[in-house]
Design a protein around this ligand. Structure first.
Ligand SMILES: C[S@@+](CC[C@H](N)C(=O)[O-])C[C@H]1O[C@@H](n2cnc3c(N)ncnc32)[C@H](O)[C@@H]1O
Length: 205
């Protein structure tokens, strides 16, 4: 009898295919999002001048985990795509030893189960949205820790490229509401080439 596939299996296969194509056609996408670079100098460095530990949620091919590891941080990255994580491991080179690479399905993420509760100074999420695990993700932050979040918003559906499924698009101010238990340090919503929300927030000490 053919094996039943779940939507998570489909997601894994879709991303494995994409990362496979990137390797076959072009160089892997390694530049970090400029929002991370800006946020790092404006918020992360002043708060953690000696470095710290970070979780990269749905880290893909590792562009953010690798960049942060190069700044002297210990990073754990989780992604469902074996191909993405393998690409991250290959691209990390000498900083691979500062990165803990995890292949896992985040839709079932539980901070305590992973022994991640209060374990990280920074959590970064770029271009991934799974509303049902948002509260669990916040649990991994230590008091004083920073959440850096950037992803697509609903106007993206009208733009040429990018996701169209409302499940993957934030509604106006939704990210602010999801992070309302934190101290909001910076928030914006923009529509240009992409429609995105960007947030930096701090877990109260
Ligand atoms: C748009 S990419 C963003 C990757 C990375 N954050 C970046 O900005 O380069 C979305 C990522 O989410 C991952 N993903 C999708 N569903 C997932 C799940 N259920 N658990 C873990 N990762 C998942 C995909 O494999 C993919 O790497």
């Amino acid at each position: 009898m053919p094996k039943k596939t779940s939507s998570t299996d489909n997601e894994r296969e879709r991303w494995n295919r994409k990362y496979g194509e990137v390797v076959a056609c072009t160089e892997p996408r390694t530049a970090p999002d400029p929002f991370l670079v800006r946020t790092f100098s404006e918020f992360v460095l002043p708060a953690f001048p000696k470095g710290g530990s970070a979780l990269d949620v749905a880290g893909g091919a590792g562009r953010h985990a690798i960049w942060l590891a190069k700044q002297g941080w210990q990073v754990t990255m989780i992604d469902i795509s074996e191909a993405g994580v393998e690409q991250a491991r290959q691209s990390a080179g000498p900083v691979a030893s500062h990165i803990h690479f995890v292949v896992d399905d985040l839709t079932r993420f539980k901070a305590a189960q992973m022994q991640f509760a209060n374990a990280f100074d920074v959590v970064m999420v770029f271009f991934y949205l799974e509303r049902k695990i948002f509260a669990e993700i916040l649990k991994v932050l230590r008091p004083g820790g920073l959440l850096i979040y950037k992803t697509y918003t609903s106007p993206q559906a009208k733009l040429l490229r990018g996701p169209k499924n409302p499940e993957h698009l934030l509604k106006p101010n939704e990210l602010l509401r999801l992070a309302s238990g934190l101290q909001i340090l910076q928030y914006s919503e923009k529509v240009s080439e992409k429609a995105v929300a960007e947030l930096v927030a701090k877990k109260e000490i």
